[in-house]
Design a binder for this molecule. Structure first.
Ligand SMILES: Nc1ncnc2c1ncn2[C@@H]1O[C@H](COP(=O)(O)OP(=O)(O)OP(=O)(O)O)[C@@H](O)[C@H]1O
Ligand SMILES: [Mg+2]
Length: 256
């Protein structure tokens, strides 16, 4: 586990599917994220945590090429991520935005059909992860519950055959029970599909329970980085980092 001024996060054992090195990115030339380092390997989940305005969405947007980088590099699947968002998506770098990206006026079936591509996995295989969606295929998306809409958003993302999946606040507006159902499903998918996942999540405990590693952002900087197992043991440090109270005095390995 590392604090604000400590060494780089531990590297994945496998070659990273997504590697963020010294990323500084923002809006109108003003950084919202500064000197961020993070990596996630195939089949791994990185939880990106932090309070409102910490820079989580900005990091995801930069990772799909949607924002101009001020400095640093992002490499996905062995190639630098450039500003060609469509091309990055075709290479397997897929964003599930916090708006869920579903068409509310269309039935579930049409939403799924619109997401299909030449290299999509079979729809049946995708729906195996979300059996609750099967009987809802004829329903207009706007009439689905929040949890069902999130399942649809994930199913649509899986139809893009992602190798790096970036998910912004999957649980936004969901009940704790719905989140408890959804996040373990994500773990299963990452394992089955060897998919690298970056998960932005406000439910810290649940996120750490399914993640392999985590970064806590505060004011655009990595305030704390470590394995999910370490951070689960040191929730005090996670919360201090979250609120910007993790000073240099708090650095050093976990004492457990
Ligand atoms: N389009 C924009 N133009 C200017 N500043 C922006 C823009 N989008 C975000 N910001 C600023 O960048 C900083 C980081 O925002 P970001 O959306 O990445 O935070 P976040 O961690 O995703 O927060 P939240 O939990 O509220 O979604 C904030 O100070 C925000 O005001
Ligand atoms: Mg956000």
């Amino acid at each position: 586990m590392t604090g604000p001024a400590a060494a780089r996060p531990a590297r994945s054992r496998t070659a990273p599917a997504l590697s963020i090195e010294g990323l500084t990115v923002g809006y109108g030339g003003i950084p919202a994220v500064r000197d961020l380092h993070a990596q996630v390997g195939p089949g791994e989940i990185l939880a990106l945590l932090g309070p409102n305005g910490a820079g989580k969405t900005t990091t995801l947007l930069a990772s799909v090429g949607a924002l101009p980088i001020l400095s640093g590099t992002i490499t996905a699947l062995g190639e630098p991520v450039d500003r060609r968002v469509e091309r990055n998506a075709r290479r397997g770098v897929t964003l599930v935005p916090d708006s869920r990206g579903v068409f509310h006026r269309l039935p579930v079936e049409d939403n799924l059909r619109l997401a299909r591509r030449k290299n999509s996995p079979a729809l049946d295989d995708v729906l195996d992860y979300f059996p609750k969606l099967r009987p809802l295929r004829g329903r207009r998306c706007g009439t689905l519950s929040g949890g069902e809409q999130q399942m649809l958003a994930l199913a649509k993302a899986l139809l893009c055959a992602p190798k790096v999946l970036l998910i912004d606040e999957l649980s936004l507006g969901l009940s704790p029970l719905a989140v408890e159902e959804l996040l373990p499903r994500l773990r299963e998918i990452a394992d089955d599909q060897h998919m690298a996942v970056v998960l932005v999540e406000q439910h810290i405990g649940l996120a750490l329970s399914i993640a392999d590693s985590a970064v806590v952002l505060h004011h655009g900087r990595a305030a704390l980085t470590g394995s999910a197992a370490e951070l689960r043991e040191r929730r005090d440090r996670v919360e201090a980092a979250y609120f910007g109270n993790l000073g240099n005095a708090a650095e050093g390995p976990a004492e457990n």
